[in-house]
Design a protein around this ligand. Structure first.
Ligand code: ADP
Ligand code: MG
Length: 250
């Protein structure tokens, strides 16, 4: 059975008399361990879909089942618990706590796992080393580059080994070179731990890191394909790159 089932999901926003159909009717299943990209232009409904899947927002219609639990039916309190236990997030703007060090930021999700401070810090340090930040353990967010902050964000998302990691435009604020580094670290970490990663992006180059690419257009799934070019873009030869650039993603 798939880990995530999205069934007939619909989201309509109302502002005064205006109606915005952010999601029309989405059906989607994601297997455990899959690295699934949701690809679409700005305004296509990607973030709305991710937020509802992650239990951050309620749909207008339909439901999301995660590991047999209907997350769309949970109360706010149960949702908060569900997220703590099952979900990790990587944000475009990192969302680190500015007053906390890298270690303290990464240790945060372990607060709910019944570990003492020493154990939490030990795990956080291990994760920071895994994202090559062993030399920045006591740095605060403002003392780090964007790429370093996002590596802290990745360490924080994976530290508690949640069932699913949701990443919404995780490299949206980074330059090309840093994007490649961050994507390789994030995808490498997901593969190593056989974790499910839902990656939202508008960028086809980033979609190439996923096993599967689901294309969203105007709140509908318009394409769903196994990625034939899982090689990171930068490792491809020039002719290969050119061929892919001309090829259709969906
Ligand atoms: N809180 C909101 N209130 C009203 N409209 C919204 C809200 N959030 C998103 N929308 C609208 O829903 C559509 C999809 O938005 P979003 O999911 O953010 O797209 P994407 O992440 O693909 O750029 C857009 O037209 C957007 O303006
Ligand atoms: Mg978005």
């Amino acid at each position: 059975m798939a880990l995530i089932h999205v069934e007939n999901l619909r989201k309509v926003y109302r502002i005064d008399q205006e109606k915005v159909v952010a999601l029309n009717r989405i059906n989607l299943s994601v297997e455990s361990g899959e690295i699934c990209c949701i690809l679409g232009t700005s305004g296509s409904g990607k973030s709305t879909l991710l937020n509802i899947m992650a239990g951050l927002e309620k749909p207008s219609k339909g439901r999301v089942m995660i590991d047999g639990v209907d997350v769309t039916a949970l109360s706010e309190k149960d949702l908060a618990l569900f997220r703590q236990k099952n979900v990790g997030f990587v944000f475009q703007s990192y969302n680190l706590m500015p007053t906390l060090t890298a270690v303290e930021n990464v240790a945060m999700p372990l607060m709910f796992r019944g570990m003492n401070k020493e154990e939490r810090n030990r795990e956080a340090v291990k994760m920071l080393r895994a994202v090559s930040l062993g030399e920045r353990l006591l740095h605060k967010p403002t003392q780090m580059s964007g790429g370093q902050q996002q590596r802290v964000g990745i360490a924080r998302a994976f530290v508690a080994h949640p069932k699913i990691i949701f990443a919404d435009e995780p490299t949206g604020n980074l330059d090309t070179k840093t994007t490649k580094e961050v994507m390789e670290i994030m995808v490498g970490m997901a593969r190593k731990h056989n974790e499910t990663l839902i990656l939202v992006t508008h960028d086809k180059d980033i979609a190439r890191y996923a096993d599967r690419i689901v294309t969203v257009v105007d709140g509908n799934v318009k394409g769903d394909c196994i990625n034939q070019s899982i090689v990171p873009a930068a490792q491809q030869s020039q002719p290969e790159k050119a061929a892919l650039a001309g090829g259709k993603v969906s």
